[in-house]
Design a protein. Structure first.
Length: 880
């Protein structure tokens, strides 16, 4: 029996003759090596890769021992003066010039075809000029194996070409292909295995496996093969134990691998290498010289350019006829609108005091001061009457009663005692929310007049810089302009926001020290109580104004994709007081509510405190306006997301100072913070408003998508910029970030559907548009990616199976979609699921959120966004 067993284990002579020289095979010339580090060095002779760079002169080397030998020459400090600028050294010479540039003795480019040949429309031929690809000096000592004469001559292959010559970017050799010569790995001879095991510290000619320069799987002290990109060297693709063939398992059972004592200590070089692969795309980019292998490269690139150019989201191009007096003709309203009988619907009195004719005349006087002489008579004849202006003021305060961010105190507002500028801008704020287009135009005209009046008022009397009502007027003016849907007004409002923020900061309104703790006492009655209440109202109004401006600034930053002006770290003032205290209609009511519900004087948290510990929102919910505070907190988180994208922008694979590992970790922290925010909101006694929930989903979505790149890809600027970000779009669609983004976008649509159509204005309308852009980009890029062909091999479709309704309840199917790319993403449609891979249908469905059947009654911004969404959907099939 033993003899039979030994015969079975003994390999045949034919099998031994087929055993190759090594288990590691070069993907280029098919040579075999016994050790991975030898193969890595050999591959560098093909790729000309020199990863080891001298810190003194920036010269590159393929091996660390050559670098050490070279560095020994820099023995004296004077040699450091020879250090060259890295960018200059990289640009001084290219590895190989093309024929045309070489014959003309002109500078060529590293990327082929070179820029000069492309501009001259001539063939860029460089292959015949390439010298014999040879290893670094002295490398033959390590690479000398039979079959060297089979090496290809006159050929240099760059890493990009390596990627393009692969059979598929996502297909790698199996473990058997890696570990076997030819097709299978023969069972080892037991006597050979015994010999190997008898030499625990000697492998391959007595070289220690722990040797930092030649140890197996160890180059310069690192466990290198785990960090080799699979797409670079197909024959070095990594494998798991479950992938090993039975013969390999038997080989391991012999104990042949027991003597491999790897040094797993990571060095600085390893972290840099890991960082570069963290920032690389799942789909490797293909250089311009290999565009012939890409099918439909322009599929989806910039097809929405015409749609963007028609919208107000494109850049404002000033014209000579554009000026501040364009809207003055809208100050004259038709008699049918100006009639008192047509304003009865606005007579629900949010404030008791009605606008008087004298106050109306003061508003008219303010407008005439900033009007041209030629238009004065027309404005005076047809300026809105007292009833219409009063109804607009009432309409704004009716809106503010239900607004989360109320910052003008209604009970103490005395209409006929207020500044005419404040009355005019409040009437304008009510008018722009009207369903009547003529009334909306009147609102923008009134707002333009107040905007022109404010600088004169400040210059006439500098004390207005610290005046509460003037600051509130300024804030409303900016808010109306930003969400006007007009390019000129938006740009002016954005540029005019800085002075107001500066004035409030200089007045210390962002600091806690200026806000005192005002508490009504039992003995406070009469005039003393009234005075204390009004002092509290003024102080609370400033707090709410500052936080209102912070919200406006954060929303503007998200809408325009710019940095916010106000830092969340500056917001050290206490959070607003409870809403029922703010809404108290008299000093007595205020005192009664205060003494029955609010205990004294704990230190109220600020936004900075909430960002440090979100649980304070629930701890202090009886002492603060929780709805307003939750909105403030989520806008503070939006500033952190904005910071993350700015850091990610400079932490690309080409960055020398910033690591992608840090940005990836930051993304995970922000995701956990947003999840914690949702948990905290669910524990509040009063449910968070739909607006706050929707904005939270917008912030979460923006965490996982680059708004700038997706808009450029869609064509916000031009096709050249769209092509520039094409590869980034492919990276995004191949990652789980895209699936996270569309999941949050689905929740945005769900929240928007639960809100009245009239409330989807301003930034909330922008949020719906951003959600539709995420859907559109996902569908278009997925289609382009599926149609992409590299060397005749088509990419895999982006998923199949169960329908995942993104605008439904969050569940297991959604989690599978995000983590495993399992299922078909879709939205609820009137006749069944509407799939994301049909961008036109998805955009029509998103449009319906705005209730397009009554679109003409909606603000200009909503109309523009709805039109843009429709155009983007139509251009997918029509092409633009």
């Amino acid at each position: 029996m033993l003899n039979d067993s030994s015969k079975l284990e003994q390999p045949s002579a034919d099998t031994l003759n087929k055993t190759p020289d090594g288990y590691f095979q070069c993907g280029f010339c098919k040579r075999h090596y016994n050790r991975a580090d030898h193969l890595i060095r050999h591959v560098r002779s093909h790729t000309r890769e020199k990863p080891y760079v001298c810190e003194v002169c920036d010269k590159g080397f393929a091996r660390p021992d050559l670098l050490k030998r070279h560095a020994a020459g820099h023995a004296h400090d004077r040699d450091r003066k020879r250090k060259r600028n890295s960018s200059v050294s990289k640009q001084s010479r290219v590895s190989q010039a093309c024929k045309a540039c070489a014959s003309s003795k002109l500078k060529c480019d590293e990327d082929k075809p070179c820029r000069r040949c492309r501009e001259r429309h001539i063939a860029c031929d460089w292959q015949d000029l390439l010298p014999q690809a040879s290893p670094e000096p002295h490398q033959d000592d390590f690479l000398e194996t039979p079959g060297r004469e089979n090496l290809p001559s006159k050929q240099i292959i760059s890493p990009r070409v390596v990627l393009s010559t692969m059979s598929s970017p996502l297909e790698f050799p199996s473990a058997s292909a890696l570990m076997t010569p030819g097709t299978t790995l023969q069972d080892p001879n037991p006597s050979e295995v015994e010999d190997m095991c008898s030499q625990p510290n000697s492998i391959d000619n007595g070289v220690s496996p722990n040797d930092h320069e030649s140890g197996i799987f160890s180059i310069d002290g690192t466990f290198f093969p785990n960090f080799i990109p699979d797409s670079l060297i197909p024959s070095l693709a990594r494998y798991s134990d479950s992938d090993l063939p039975g013969t390999v398992s038997d080989y391991v059972q012999y104990g042949a691998l027991d003597n491999f004592h790897f040094d797993l200590t990571l060095t600085d070089g390893d972290f840099s290498l890991i960082d570069s692969y963290n920032s690389q795309a799942v789909f490797p980019s293909v250089p311009d010289s290999h565009m012939d292998y890409r099918y439909g490269i322009d599929s989806g690139v910039g097809i929405g350019a015409a749609a963007y150019h028609r919208s107000s989201l494109s850049a404002y191009q000033p014209a000579r006829e554009d000026h501040a007096f364009d809207d003055h003709e809208n100050l004259s309203v038709p008699e049918v609108i100006n009639s008192p009988q047509n304003n009865l619907s606005f007579r629900d009195t949010a404030i008791c005091e009605r606008l008087s004719p004298s106050s109306r005349d003061l508003i008219l006087s303010l407008i005439l001061e900033v009007s041209r002489e030629a238009t004065l008579s027309r404005i005076m004849k047809s300026f809105p009457g007292t009833e219409l202006l009063d109804s607009l003021v009432q309409q704004y305060f009716e809106y503010q009663i239900n607004a989360v961010e109320s910052f003008i105190h209604t009970p103490t507002f005395r209409t006929n005692s207020e500044d005419p500028g404040a009355l005019a801008v409040i009437a304008a704020a009510g008018a722009v929310r009207s369903s009547n287009p003529t009334i909306r135009k009147l609102g923008y005209a009134l707002n333009e007049g107040v905007r022109m009046h404010l600088p004169t008022k400040y210059e006439r009397d500098n004390t207005f810089i610290r005046d509460l009502r003037t600051s509130q007027t300024y804030a409303l003016t900016i808010d109306i302009g930003i969400w006007s849907g007009n390019r000129r007004k938006t740009e002016i409002a954005e540029s005019f926001s800085q002075p107001l923020i500066t004035m409030l900061r200089r007045a210390l309104r962002f600091r806690r020290s200026i806000y005192s703790n005002i508490i009504p006492l039992a003995e406070d009655v009469g005039h003393d109580l009234e005075l204390k209440w009004r002092t509290w109202v003024d102080q609370e109004s400033f707090k709410r104004l500052v936080y209102y401006i912070f919200l406006h600034d954060a929303q503007t930053a998200m809408a325009l994709n710019v940095n916010p002006v106000i830092s969340y770290a500056d917001m050290e003032l206490p959070l607003p007081a409870p809403r029922h205290l703010w809404d108290a209609k008299s000093a007595k009511e205020w005192k009664s509510i205060f003494r029955s519900t609010v205990t004294a004087a704990e230190r109220l948290p600020s936004l900075a405190d909430l960002l440090r510990d979100m649980s304070q929102l629930t701890i202090f919910q009886d002492y603060i306006d929780t709805q307003f505070a939750a909105s403030i907190l989520v806008h503070g988180l939006s500033a952190l997301v904005n910071e993350y994208h700015r850091l990610k922008f400079i932490s690309t694979s080409g960055s020398k100072h910033w690591h992608a590992l840090v940005t990836n970790s930051r993304q995970q922290e922000l995701d956990q913070a947003l999840q914690h925010f949702r948990m905290v909101c669910s524990e509040l006694k009063s449910k968070c408003s739909p607006e706050t929930i929707m904005i939270g989903e917008v912030v979460s979505m923006l965490l996982y998508m680059s708004l700038e790149e997706l808009q450029l890809f869609a064509g916000k600027e031009d096709k050249q910029e769209a092509r520039r970000v094409y590869d980034s779009a492919l990276e995004w669609i191949a990652s789980s970030d895209s699936r996270q983004a569309v999941c949050h976008a689905g929740q945005i649509i769900r929240a928007a559907r639960s809100m009245p159509a009239s409330s989807l204005v301003g930034f909330l309308a922008i949020g719906v548009y951003y959600a539709s852009l995420a859907f559109w980009s996902y569908g278009v890029v997925s289609s382009a990616n599926a149609a992409r062909v590299i060397r005749g091999l088509e990419a895999q479709p982006p998923g199949n199976g169960t329908v995942v309704l993104l605008d439904g309840e969050k569940g297991v199917e959604g989690l599978k979609f995000v983590t495993l790319n399992s299922g078909l993403p879709a939205l609820h449609g009137p006749e069944g699921p509407v799939y994301l891979h049909d961008p036109a249908a998805i955009m029509r469905l998103a449009q319906a959120t705005f209730h397009a059947e009554t679109l003409e009654t909606r603000p200009a911004l909503v109309q523009m966004l709805s039109q843009l969404m429709g155009d983007l959907g139509n251009c997918v099939h029509g092409g633009e």
